[in-house]
Design a protein around this ligand. Structure first.
Ligand SMILES: [Fe+2]
Length: 321
């Protein structure tokens, strides 16, 4: 291991450094990392970008929001450096497959440009809408699940995949409301978009915990019904309980990504792995972001759960021989 002290953020003439990219003043570590998408990864946010470049801690893979890099050349340059050492996944937040007025082609082309440079292992987005006309809303808003929305979403997903030139992973949303116009269950809707478009799926286990609590259904049954063959990735993120203003004494779970993974998510994750088999797993933390080491600890815990399940599955196979 070769250690040398120093800042790693370089200054560039004419470039404004992003104030969200925290300068890292620790030790630069030059080691070769063996990264592996089957080892849990972490969501890489701007706050940890410089530290990641400098220290290159062991992590299976990294996922970023491409929108944070499209208009930020300094961050994009650091990300390119990171991508030399870790598999990268792009998790889009601005491609709105549920918008009635179509996909922003220019935005999609920019994401394609970043993907061409980074060669991501996955490109994913949400079963939601977040644009209206030229307005970008800072939220992932829900859809009714019926034939009309199925046609709309399927057309948009096919268009996204054609433009990106690779499969697009669709993530199950965290839900707070339902629609009277829905005619099918969310898991059936996901199965049908997979059948119509050939897209793949990202199962956010914590979103299942949040939605099952808020919408009053069985999270384990949801996992049982989830179209397992299409899953390429699992997310785990923290949520925050809040008082439900509409129902005195009741509590809503809000998908804040601002806390450690809660026990119900870990328990459901273990159940999901038993049903789905091993899947690339990612820790998401977007608000009140902790030290990088905390995220890596959460990823390590996910890896311990996966290994324990793998070991017990192997023991069962041996016993059955
Ligand atoms: Fe997620």
């Amino acid at each position: 291991m070769d250690l040398c002290a120093g800042r790693i953020l370089r200054t560039h003439c004419g470039r404004q450094q992003d104030s969200q990219i925290e300068a890292f003043t620790g030790y630069r570590v030059a080691i070769s990392i063996t990264s592996n998408p089957n080892t849990p990864g972490i969501g890489l946010r701007l706050a940890h970008l410089a530290e990641m470049v400098a220290t290159r801690p062991a992590a299976g893979w990294l996922e970023v929001h491409p929108e944070n890099f499209l208009a930020n050349p300094h961050a994009a340059e650091l990300l390119t450096e990171v991508s030399l050492h870790y598999p990268i996944s792009l998790h889009t937040v601005g491609i709105s497959v549920g918008s009635a007025n179509g996909i922003d082609h220019l935005h999609l082309k920019r994401v394609r440009g970043l993907a061409d440079r980074l060669k991501p292992i996955f490109v994913s987005g949400h079963l939601a809408w977040s644009t209206y006309g030229n307005e970008y809303l800072n939220d992932l808003l829900p859809l009714p699940y019926n034939e009309e929305s199925l046609q709309l979403v399927s057309t948009h997903i096919s268009y996204v995949q054609d433009t990106l030139g690779q499969p697009y992973l669709i993530e199950n949303p965290s839900s707070y409301v339902g629609f009277r116009s829905s005619t099918m269950k969310e898991t059936d809707f996901l199965s049908e978009i997979v059948r119509r478009t050939g897209c793949q799926l990202l199962c956010d286990v914590s979103n299942v915990v949040v939605s099952a609590h808020n919408m009053v259904y069985d999270a384990y049954q949801y996992i049982d019904n989830f179209p397992a063959d299409a899953i390429r990735e699992i997310h785990l993120g923290g949520y925050t309980p809040e008082k439900d203003e509409a129902t005195p004494g009741a509590e809503l779970l809000i998908d804040t990504h601002a806390a450690a993974i809660a026990d119900p998510s870990w328990d459901l994750y273990a159940y999901a792995l038993r049903r789905f088999g091993p899947k690339p797993t990612l820790i998401e933390w977007d608000n009140e972001i902790p030290p990088l080491a905390t995220l890596l600890d959460e990823a390590a815990h996910a890896g311990e759960i996966a290994q324990a399940i793998d070991a017990s599955a192997e023991a069962n196979r041996v016993a059955a021989r």
